[in-house]
Design a binder for this molecule. Structure first.
Ligand SMILES: CCCCC/C=C\C/C=C\C/C=C\C/C=C\CCCC(=O)SCCNC(=O)CCNC(=O)[C@H](O)C(C)(C)COP(=O)(O)O
Ligand SMILES: Nc1ncnc2c1ncn2[C@@H]1O[C@H](COP(=O)(O)O)[C@@H](OP(=O)(O)O)[C@H]1O
Length: 379
């Protein structure tokens, strides 16, 4: 099979295979350990994955521009950038309308699907036993944050309650206060729990509404449940991997050839990072003209970290400026790893919701890159 056909196969299959691998890991009982590494509020998820299209745009375009030069064919270089921009614009629009919003006041497609299949922003704060509902926010931190927000809204609108609601209002505020202060279950009876949940739901939708998107619901402490909720993470990581692999097809061969041609230079820069150990330096201070103890300590303890920082800076600059394809490949591996974690985290979504997120990204990117396949094959 030619390298182009191999790359084609990798491009088409890597995301579905990654999701399937996640299911197999779960099926064979290894999912629990992986799920333990998953943190919804962690730095990677909050700063990188959730803002992944920004990072993917930045690194993808830096590579497209850095590797645009085709020796002696500036016209072809410009045509390639124009084709990349066209593909990127289509994928960016699709990313936006599927995850951010279709129009002002109209939610994204993934949320419209959810709402039209019966989904809603719920406030099932207390369960039938009068305890805080474990499924309400999924973690103690998020539950506390949501209850504090609900408490603030109810307190803010305390005077807006009519006589009938006043009693329910004070019971709701009191129950939430109990949980916030003692972080344990409030003394809510089973019969009262449903009434308090319903009151909180009505108040939050009344004062903070409309809560018709997952972002609004999450922002105002609600629980987005009850409909078919396509997985935004599966959609986003698939879209990003397909874009990076698709554009890698344009410049990958040239970029990797350039990287291979400079392999010894890069290897020298990497080994210099470790060539600064204090013992190694101390031994080198011996030599024919031994140095004073102070001078040897300076050479052994101060100079090495400075030399290491300088070597790290040189290596970073060399990769960022001359071999950004290394950063692109690191980003690709990160997104695939996150896609695997999302597939393993079966408690977040059903398989069908993963598949709908995958198909939503896969179909559009598949059409975009299949249309340009002829042009890309000539690369
Ligand atoms: C056309 C320009 C070409 C040249 C570009 C050159 C360099 C690129 C540099 C920067 C990019 C500039 C423009 C590119 C266009 C868009 C950039 C994207 C910006 C962002 O990504 S901001 C992030 C906004 N989103 C968020 O903050 C997170 C919102 N959350 C979600 O989207 C969802 O939670 C989810 C999809 C991550 C997960 O879904 P659910 O968990 O809710 O199911
Ligand atoms: N790889 C991952 N790492 C961390 N959190 C993840 C994740 N994949 C999914 N999640 C979290 O699981 C929930 C469902 O994700 P999705 O619907 O995109 O599949 C989201 O929670 P939040 O939306 O409350 O942050 C998301 O942050």
């Amino acid at each position: 099979m030619s390298s182009s056909k191999w790359f084609n196969a990798v491009h088409l299959l890597v995301c579905p295979v990654t999701v399937l691998l996640g299911y197999l890991i779960n099926a064979y009982g290894y999912g629990t350990a992986l799920q333990a590494t998953l943190n919804k509020d962690g730095l990677v998820n909050a700063v990188f994955v959730k803002k992944g299209w920004f990072w993917t745009s930045l690194v993808g375009w830096w590579c497209i521009i850095r590797y645009r030069a085709v020796p002696g064919a500036t016209g072809r270089g410009r045509r390639r950038i124009a084709q990349s921009l066209k593909r990127y614009t289509i994928l960016t629009v699709w990313w936006y309308v599927f995850t951010q919003g279709i129009w002002f006041g109209v939610g994204p497609i993934m949320d419209l699907v959810f709402v039209y299949t019966g989904g809603h922003c719920h406030y099932d704060v207390f369960d039938n036993a009068g305890h805080v509902n474990q499924d309400f926010q999924g973690s103690v931190t998020r539950t506390q944050r949501a209850l504090a927000l609900i408490h603030n809204v109810l307190t803010l609108h305390g005077d807006d309650q009519d006589h009938h609601e006043k009693k329910l209002w004070s019971r709701s505020v009191g129950s939430i206060q109990d949980v916030l202060q003692t972080a344990e279950s409030a003394n809510v009876t089973a019969s009262a729990a449903a009434g308090i949940n319903s009151f909180i739901h009505d108040q939050m939708h009344r004062w903070q509404g409309p809560l018709t998107t997952s972002a609004q619901c999450r922002r105002f402490g609600g629980h987005w449940a009850g409909g078919h909720d396509p997985s935004g993470h599966v959609f986003l990581t698939t879209l990003m991997c397909m874009f990076l692999l698709g554009e890698l097809r344009v410049f990958g061969r040239r970029a990797l050839a350039h990287l291979y041609a400079q392999k010894w230079h890069l290897l020298g820069m990497v080994t210099r990072l470790f060539d600064t150990g204090p013992l190694w330096t101390w031994r080198r201070c011996g030599g024919a003209r031994p140095m004073s103890c102070g001078a040897r300590l300076w050479r052994a303890l101060v100079e090495p970290p400075v030399a290491c920082a300088a070597a790290l800076l040189r290596l970073t600059r060399c990769i960022a400026c001359d071999h950004p394809v290394v950063v692109l490949l690191a980003l690709l591996v990160t997104w695939l790893w996150q896609l695997l974690l999302t597939a393993v985290a079966s408690h977040f979504h059903t398989v069908r919701e993963h598949i709908s997120g995958l198909l939503a990204a896969y179909l559009v990117t598949g059409v975009v890159y299949a249309r340009d396949a002829a042009a890309l094959r000539l690369v």
